[in-house]
Design a protein around this ligand. Structure first.
Ligand code: FES
Length: 107
């Protein structure tokens, strides 16, 4: 089962075992990782699951897709080239060890 490391803006680390095909947003919410709200349930409509992918992992996760995800990230505070919506990243075995950094806030 792949493991994802979430690092909060304060530097707290949360290691979470994640089922393949679960989203990074679901992984955080199901394991009480603070800082990912996921208000829309995963349809790229709220932007409250914004995360920064660790630079070493961005090639594997890919950048934000054109359209809905990129459009939503334009409205998110502090978004940068490593920003993704956590609900739009499905976990695969290749993402075992993924490092995800959480923003200071989701609004
Ligand atoms: S959960 Fe709403 S955009 Fe990801």
């Amino acid at each position: 089962m792949p493991v994802v490391k979430f690092i909060t803006a304060r530097g707290d680390e949360h290691l979470v075992n994640v089922d393949v095909n679960a989203s990074v947003m679901e992984a955080a919410r199901n394991n009480d990782v603070p800082g990912i709200d996921g208000d829309c349930g995963g349809c790229a409509a709220c932007g409250t699951c914004h995360v920064h992918i660790d630079a070493a992992w961005i090639e594997k996760t890919g950048h934000a897709s054109d359209g809905g995800e990129s459009d939503m990230l334009e409205f998110v505070e502090g978004a940068d080239e490593y920003s993704r919506l956590a609900c739009q990243i499905s976990i695969t075995e290749e993402l075992d060890g993924l490092i995800v950094r959480l923003p200071l806030a989701q609004h």
